[in-house]
Design a protein around this ligand. Structure first.
Ligand code: ATP
Ligand code: AMO
Length: 466
C-alpha cells in the first residue's frame, strides 16, 4: 500500500530492493536532461526520488511535465528504494527512490507566498538571516506551519499538554470544562472582552478562576482545565496574546498552601525531564534549534524559592534597583527587573527556573489570601523561566466574610459575584491553584523570541485572521 510515513522506509531491508509507494509534497525539483531529481517531503521527513526516463519507456513528456509541476503539489511515487553510493546531503532520509510511476494527486494552483526552502532557513540575531518575515508567515500561516520547525513546535506543544494531563490524572485530578461565555468578568473589568449576549452584556472568560474554585466548593477536590482564555490587553509585545491556552489547576490542601506549591514544582520538574530526555522530544527540540538556535534550558533538582522581599533585596544588592527597603511592599516589580532577577539567579544557582512567593497583597487579585500575621503579604506565588513569568497562583480566600470584605476593598460589585460568593457560604475546603500560560512555557523552554511562534493561529491586538 501507499506509505506517507517515510520513516517506515528506514526499517526496510534494503537488500531486497523493495518496491514501495510513497505520498508526499514536492519540496524541491531539478530536471537535467533525461533525469529529474525530486525531493519529496512528508511532515519533517525529506526523501530524494530520481526519475530516469529510461525506466518509464523513454517518455520525454514526463520531464516536460515535471518541469512545470508546482512546488508543494502532492504526488504519489512508485519505485525501488535503494541506498545511494554517495550519501544525499539535501534530505534527512538517507535512502532514495528510483521512480517507476508518478501521479499528481493534488496540485498547488496558486503562487506560493514564499518558498518552503526559505521559510526553513536558520534564523540568528545576524542581520539578513530572516528570509521570510513574521507577518508574511502569519498571513500565510497554513503554509508557514509546513516548516520543519513549526511542525516540531506544535508536536511538542501537544506533548506538554499530554504530560500535564498524565501527571495530574496520576494524582486523581478531574479534568473540567468551565464556560467561556460569562455574565461577569472573572479577573476584573479592564481586560475582559465585552460582547452582546442576546439582550444582555456578556464577557469572554479571562480565566476559569471563579468556576474552578466553585468546582472545589462543589467537592471535586482536585481539578484542572486546558482551555483558551481571552485578554483584551492592548499589549503589542513579544509575550502577550489576546487569546492563549491556559493550563489551570485548583486543589485542596491539608495544612499549608505551600504543599501545593511543591506539587506544582514537582509537576514542572517532571515536564522538563520528559521534554528533554525522551528521544522523540529530543529529536523535535533539535529540529527547532536548527532553525532557531538558542541556549539549552537548564534547571536544577532543588528549585530555588525566594520570597518577594528576598527577590527585591537581590536586585538592590546587585545594583539593579534603587529602592528603600521600607518601600518593598509598595513596589511592583517590572518586566525588566524580572529579567534582571532571572540573570542573577542563573548566575548564582545555574538554573533558568525558580519560584517567587509572598507577593505584596496589593498586587494580587481579590480572591488571594493574605498572611494573617501581616496583611501586606499574600500567600501567592509566581513561577519563572528565563526571567519571565509562566505561572501565577495563590492560596484562595475560603472564608466567606473575608471574601466579601476583600471584594468590597477592590471596589467590585458584591451583587454581581453572588453566584461565586454563595458557593463559599455553603462551606469551602482550604484550597489553592494556579494558571499557566502554555505558549509562554513552550516559548521559554525553547528560548524563542516571540510568543507568536508557539501559538497556532495567534491573536494579538492587530491580528484576528487567519
Ligand atoms: P499577568 O500574567 O499577571 O498579566 P504578565 O506577565 O502578563 O502578568 P502583565 O502584568 O500583564 O504581565 O504586564 C507585565 C509587564 O508587561 C509590564 O511590566 C510591562 O513591562 C509589559 N507590558 C504590558 N503591556 C505592554 C506594552 N503595551 N508594551 C510594552 N510592555 C508591556
Ligand atoms: P494570570 O493573569 O497571572 O493569572 O495568568 C496566568 C498565566 O498566564 C500567562 N499569561 C499570558 N500568556 C500569554 N498572553 C497573555 N496576555 C497572558 N497573560 C497571562 C502567564 C501567566 O503566568 N486566575 C489567575 C491564575 C490563578 O491564580 O490560578 C490568572 O489568570 O504565563
Amino acid at each position: 500500500g501507499i506509505t506517507t510515513c517515510f520513516k517506515d522506509t528506514l526499517s526496510y531491508n534494503i537488500k531486497e530492493q523493495k518496491n514501495i509507494w510513497v505520498r508526499g509534497r514536492i519540496h524541491d525539483i531539478r530536471c537535467k536532461g533525461s533525469l529529474a531529481f525530486i525531493v519529496l517531503r512528508y511532515k519533517i521527513y525529506t526523501l530524494q526520488c530520481i526519475l530516469d526516463i529510461k525506466n518509464i519507456n523513454n517518455d520525454k513528456n514526463m520531464i516536460k511535465w515535471l518541469n512545470h509541476i508546482t512546488l508543494e503539489s502532492i504526488v504519489d511515487i512508485y519505485g525501488k528504494l535503494i541506498k545511494p553510493s554517495i550519501p544525499i546531503e539535501s534530505t534527512n532520509i538517507k535512502y532514495e527512490i528510483h521512480v517507476n510511476k508518478l501521479f499528481c494527486i493534488s496540485k498547488t494552483s496558486k503562487d506560493l507566498p514564499f518558498l518552503l526552502k526559505d521559510a526553513n532557513m536558520k534564523e540568528t540575531s545576524q542581520e539578513g538571516s530572516i528570509k521570510v518575515n513574521q507577518d508574511n508567515r502569519l498571513n500565510n500561516r497554513c503554509i508557514d506551519l509546513r516548516t520543519h520547525a513549526n511542525y516540531s513546535i506544535f508536536v511538542l506543544q501537544s506533548e506538554i499538554c499530554n504530560i500535564f494531563r498524565e501527571y495530574l490524572n496520576k494524582y486523581n485530578f478531574i479534568e473540567i470544562h468551565t464556560p467561556k461565555l460569562l455574565g461577569e468578568s472573572s479577573e476584573g473589568g479592564a481586560t475582559a472582552f465585552k460582547l452582546n449576549y442576546f439582550d444582555k452584556n456578556g464577557y469572554l472568560a479571562q480565566s476559569p478562576q471563579l468556576y474552578k474554585q466553585m468546582c472545589i466548593n462543589a467537592g471535586f477536590d482536585r481539578v484542572y482545565e486546558v482551555a483558551p482564555v481571552f485578554r483584551a490587553e492592548n499589549s503589542n509585545t513579544y509575550r502577550h496574546l489576546c487569546e492563549y491556552v491556559s493550563l489551570d489547576i485548583e486543589m485542596t490542601y491539608k495544612y499549608d498552601y505551600m504543599e501545593n506549591v511543591y506539587f506544582y514544582d514537582s509537576m514542572f520538574q517532571y515536564i522538563f525531564t520528559q521534554l528533554s530526555t525522551l528521544q522523540k522530544n529530543k529529536m523535535l527540540i533539535n529540529i527547532i534549534k536548527e532553525q532557531y538556535p538558542s541556549d539549552d534550558f537548564v534547571w536544577i533538582e532543588k528549585t530555588p524559592i525566594f520570597t518577594y522581599e528576598e527577590a527585591i533585596k537581590m536586585l538592590i544588592k546587585n545594583n539593579k534597583l534603587n529602592l528603600d527597603e521600607k518601600d518593598i511592599f509598595t513596589y511592583d516589580m517590572s518586566t525588566d527587573m524580572e529579567k534582571e532577577l532571572g540573570k542573577i539567579v542563573k548566575n548564582l544557582y545555574k538554573t533558568d527556573y525558580y519560584i517567587i512567593i509572598n507577593f505584596p497583597s496589593s498586587l494580587r487579585p481579590f480572591y488571594t489570601m493574605y498572611d494573617e500575621k501581616n496583611k501586606k503579604i499574600s500567600h501567592s506565588y509566581d513561577f519563572f523561566m528565563r526571567g519571565e513569568e509562566i505561572l501565577s497562583g495563590a492560596q484562595r480566600i475560603s472564608d466567606v466574610n473575608i471574601l466579601i470584605d476583600n471584594i468590597k476593598r477592590f471596589n467590585l460589585d458584591v451583587n454581581k459575584l453572588n453566584f461565586y460568593i454563595d458557593s463559599f457560604a455553603y462551606s469551602s475546603f482550604p484550597h489553592s491553584g494556579c494558571g499557566i500560560g502554555l505558549e509562554r512555557v513552550l516559548m521559554l523552554f525553547l528560548g524563542l523570541n516571540n510568543i507568536r511562534k508557539t501559538s497556532l493561529f495567534p491573536r494579538d491586538p492587530k491580528r484576528l485572521t487567519p
